[in-house]
Design a protein around this ligand. Structure first.
Ligand SMILES: [Zn+2]
Ligand SMILES: [Zn+2]
Length: 144
């Protein structure tokens, strides 16, 4: 079992024929350092800190799209106009709490609240390979 890291993702992208430039590695490092899901614009701005040069928006866009196709990142529904992405470690589970006031996002680290339900649904409706991500919207303790 390979550890999910900048290097393992780099390797997956290389296998897809993507050349890993300094900018692209900067984008990966930025994603791994992220504490919350990021928009493409935020990824572009933040990648500068890691690679020393700001990648083109198109570079970020194409790379994230490819990573989404490979299930290395996924979109998180924050109910905001643009799309937000986070890394997707295949051995982790992603459900979120989202503050409606300050947009703070917390990754839930208790066992999935609907894990059993998912299995029941799969059985009842004859689906296999189910996945989900739950977003709970509310007000965080800082915003009460
Ligand atoms: Zn808040
Ligand atoms: Zn879940």
């Amino acid at each position: 079992m390979t550890h999910f890291s900048v290097d393992s993702v780099t390797e997956s992208l290389r296998q897809e024929g993507l050349r890993i430039t300094k900018n692209r590695r900067g984008i990966l490092e930025c994603l791994f350092a992220a504490k919350e899901p990021m928009s493409l614009q935020e990824i572009q701005d933040s990648a500068l800190k890691f690679s020393g040069t700001k990648p083109d928006y198109a570079t970020v866009f194409r790379m994230i799209l490819l990573m989404e196709k490979l299930h290395l990142v996924h979109k998180v529904n924050l109910q905001r106009p643009c799309s937000y992405y986070e890394l997707r470690d295949p051995h982790k589970h992603y459900d979120h709490l989202i503050c409606k006031k300050c947009a703070h996002v917390v990754l839930i680290d208790i066992p999935c609240p609907i894990g059993d339900t998912e299995q029941k649904l799969a059985k009842k409706y004859g689906f296999s390979d189910l996945s989900h991500s739950l977003e709970f919207f509310g007000t965080c303790s800082q915003c009460v």
